[in-house]
Ligand binder design. Sequence first.
Ligand code: ZN
Length: 137
Amino acid sequence: MLSITKLFHFEAGHRLSNYDGPCKNIHGHSYKLHISITGEKLTNGILIDFKVLKKIVETAVINEMDHSLLLKRNELNITATENLGSKILWLDEDPTAEYLVTYIGSKIQNELPAGIRLLRLRLYETDSCYAEMEYSV
Ligand SMILES: [Zn+2]
């Protein structure tokens, strides 16, 4: 199966609400996102122009998440940040790598052109830790 992969990165802060350990504190990561897509048809030898994929991912994900504080929408987080004046992305769940990779996947899937499908998403939280989502094709 033919696929292409493009790498992105973004900086974001987060905290885990239901975690007994240091990750309950607000801290940041330099996230790396590897996006692999596939499709049936090549046009002039191209599955999807890397520039087009870049624009889709930046618009759907990177612009929203880069230099944001990623937080689960709950009373404690809302109260604690109400006067911060920060760029906050409110999420339905705690921003674990596992949740973020599924969140990112759902946002990208909605924007891909006809005939192009997600194959795999890999989100590195650190150099040695990532969550991965594989899609059935
Ligand atoms: Zn973290």
